[in-house]
Design a protein around this ligand. Structure first.
Ligand SMILES: *Cc1c(COP(=O)(O)O)cnc(C)c1O
Length: 406
């Protein structure tokens, strides 16, 4: 008896109970708990302040100028040009806006369409673990097998082990999904770590799909290195990013992907039958943001990273003071902390208790792991918090977390 694809998705995401009933995600459960208890929601990662006014104004202007019908399939030309410009300006990458860029419905559609386009039953896909939850779902939807490279906590943050990178690749591996800066751990992969992944991908002749939505959100001088900038890698890499995290417009769902023309064509072939196109006026506004003609966007990005670093410090201090040992992240919206120091072996249980005890909602790191797998076990006591919230909100959370000590 074959399982339906949706059942595989539910299973891969830990949503299928033993009796076959389907549960909602832990994200939905925790957001409902936050609403019910009035707790501060540090579970879901979205900012509580909108992005820059000049970009909002560009969206309003595009609507008023009548840019309200279907945009072109690959995305509006101005945005494809702006993506190419952005990749050249920040990373020295040479991208053809006409053949090598595809605009998508957020990074999520770029990732899912790429996985559906490039792998199928019998193929293996390698990702880091923990992983952003949509990867496992998309791999299951494609009918492929998911293998992972664990990130282990240590004095230098969560790091990968080169031997485990080599061990994750097999003759059946078709695609490696990289994510740096990394959600949920906040790790910014070093050039040396990226080289280990690049070597494995090259040795096994595997394509690379890299999720760089936090490319501009790095701290303490950490620099983001796109894996496509490593020697020889541009030819086998699809790079994904979006406007959501960089510019604090998560509701706009404008994303993009770029890479070799034949790979972009493959992804566009699938994407055009998922959504065809979306968000015309928001694409126009994102083009204004990325082309950054007057420098307003780069100023915003610098200020956002600085302010997020301060908010990270506030939350990390509160977590340490409360006895929830955090691993200080070098990027993203998130920090993960170990509940075992407070005697909590089960992060999911801790997250169900936190709202009542502290007025704070978090997400167990096991939600970003293969259900029942070794990494879920290793990180069982860990929980994830976001600091992409106002200082006032984080101070309220810090005050509540202090009660854990009492
Ligand atoms: C938020 C997030 C996404 C989704 O990006 P959208 O542009 O909103 O689709 C993808 N990957 C990671 C790692 C994220 O944290």
């Amino acid at each position: 008896m074959g399982m339906h694809r949706w059942e595989r998705v539910a299973q891969a995401s830990g949503l299928m109970a033993a009796d076959g009933t389907v549960t909602s995600t832990i994200f939905a459960e925790m957001s409902a708990l936050a609403t019910r208890t009035g707790a501060v929601n540090l579970g879901q990662g979205f900012p509580d302040a909108d992005g820059p006014e000049h970009v909002k104004d560009a969206a309003v202007a595009a609507i008023r100028a009548g840019r309200n019908q279907y945009p072109p399939g690959p995305g509006v030309p101005a945005l494809r040009r702006a993506v190419a410009q952005h990749q050249r300006r920040y990373y020295g990458l040479d991208v053809d806006p006409d053949t090598e860029v595809l605009v998508t419905v957020g990074a999520t559609e770029a990732l899912t369409a790429a996985i559906l386009a490039l792998v199928g039953p019998g193929d293996e896909v390698v990702t880091l673990e923990p992983f952003y939850d949509s990867y496992a779902a998309a791999i299951a939807l494609a009918g492929a097998v998911h293998r992972t490279i664990p990130l282990h906590p240590g004095p230098d943050g969560f790091r990968l082990d080169p031997a485990e990178v080599a061990g994750a690749f097999t003759p059946r591996t078709r695609l490696a999904v990289v994510n740096s800066p990394h959600n949920p751990t906040g790790t910014v992969l070093t050039r040396a770590e990226l080289e280990v992944v690049a070597r494995a991908a090259t040795d096994h002749d595997v394509l690379v799909l890299t999720d760089e939505v936090y490319e501009h959100l790095t701290y303490d001088g950490a620099t983001h290195t796109p894996i496509a900038t490593l020697p020889g890698m541009a030819a086998r890499t699809l790079t994904v990013s979006s406007v959501g995290k960089s510019l604090s417009f998560t509701g706009w769902k404008v994303g993009w992907l770029h890479g070799p023309a034949e790979l972009v064509t493959a992804v566009r072939t699938v994407k055009q039958y998922l959504t065809y196109v979306a968000s015309g006026p928001f694409q126009e506004a994102t083009a204004v943001a990325l082309s950054d003609d007057d420098g307003a966007t780069s100023t915003y990005l610098t200020e956002l990273a600085g302010s997020l670093q301060d908010r990270r410090d506030l939350l990390c201090r509160a977590l340490s003071d409360a006895g929830l040992a955090p691993v200080v992240p070098r990027g993203t919206y998130f920090v993960v902390a170990d509940g075992s120091g407070l005697g909590h072996d089960d992060g999911a249980e801790l997250c169900r208790e936190l709202p009542g005890r502290t007025g704070v909602v978090a997400i167990p790191v096991s939600a970003f792991c293969t259900p029942g797998g070794p990494v879920a076990e290793e990180l069982r006591s860990w929980v994830r918090f976001t600091y992409a919230k106002s200082t006032t909100t984080l101070e309220t959370a810090a005050h509540g977390l202090a009660r854990l000590k009492g």
